[in-house]
Design a protein around this ligand. Structure first.
Ligand SMILES: [Zn+2]
Ligand SMILES: [Zn+2]
Length: 245
């Protein structure tokens, strides 16, 4: 399903551009068409390309033939099959995500979704589109809920779903507050997250699910979300993020 803006919508966007032209979050140039990044800044973002970790898509320098896992993932068991990010870690991508999350640049959601969509060059994600797997936003972190009024993962998942023609199903809820994760070991993180999420809504008959978030760091949160989906009967769960953190 490709988005075909109608006449009204185009007129509305034209009017909005005229009243309030967008400003590129990268270079500050004026941008039209409801964009938050200019074409130049967007194109300058390096995609994740081989070789990278088959589990978390952390890029590696040099030549490696065949499948391999990075030191972070080696010997680990995750509930998701693999996680794939669209772009590499860079100061620019980090700054855009920061503006999006903390500086009310909610308009950047569409631009970040286009960066996340680059992950779909990965042939392992072909069946996601063929079988129409739903996109599931990772629920908002409890600490942010008070003052940030939106869930960044959902604001990326919605335009991403539109671009790829996939449904977005916001079925995960965070039901319990968790301690901050940064100083915890992997095992402590897992225990900390147990019971933090619930599934609300029907997931019967899903061929699989794609968890969507802005950044993949340790993978503990998405792993717990994946565990919930798998234990509720979703056979295959993969993760797609904008950036590998
Ligand atoms: Zn720019
Ligand atoms: Zn890895």
């Amino acid at each position: 399903m490709v988005e075909r803006p109608g006449l009204w919508r185009r007129g509305w966007e034209w009017a909005l551009d005229w009243i309030y032209p967008g400003v590129c979050a990268g270079c500050g140039e004026t941008v039209a068409g409801g964009r938050g990044l200019c074409a130049g800044c967007e194109a300058a973002m390096p995609s994740i390309e081989a070789p990278f970790c088959g589990m978390c898509s952390e890029p590696f320098e040099g030549r490696i033939d065949g499948a391999f896992a990075c030191p972070n993932c080696r010997g680990q068991r995750f509930s998701f099959e693999f996680a794939r990010s669209g772009v590499r870690r860079s100061p620019e991508a980090m700054a855009w995500i920061h503006q999006f999350k903390y500086n009310r640049r909610i308009d950047l959601g569409r631009d970040l979704a286009r960066l996340a969509a680059r992950a779909f060059v990965d042939r392992r994600l072909e069946r996601v589109r063929e079988e129409g797997w739903p996109l599931v936003p990772v629920p908002l972190h409890w600490r942010r809920k008070g003052w940030r009024r939106f869930n960044q993962a959902k604001e990326i998942a919605l335009p991403l779903g539109k671009e790829l023609g996939l449904p977005v199903k916001d079925v995960l809820r965070r039901v319990r507050a968790t301690r901050t994760q940064t100083r915890l070991s992997r095992k402590e993180r897992q225990q900390n997250l147990r019971g933090a999420f619930r599934i609300r809504g029907a997931i019967d008959g899903w061929p699989g699910a794609v968890l969507v978030d802005d950044v993949l760091t340790t993978g503990s949160t998405v792993d717990e979300c994946a565990r919930m989906l798998v234990s509720a009967g979703v056979q295959n769960v993969v993760v797609v993020t904008v950036m590998r953190g």
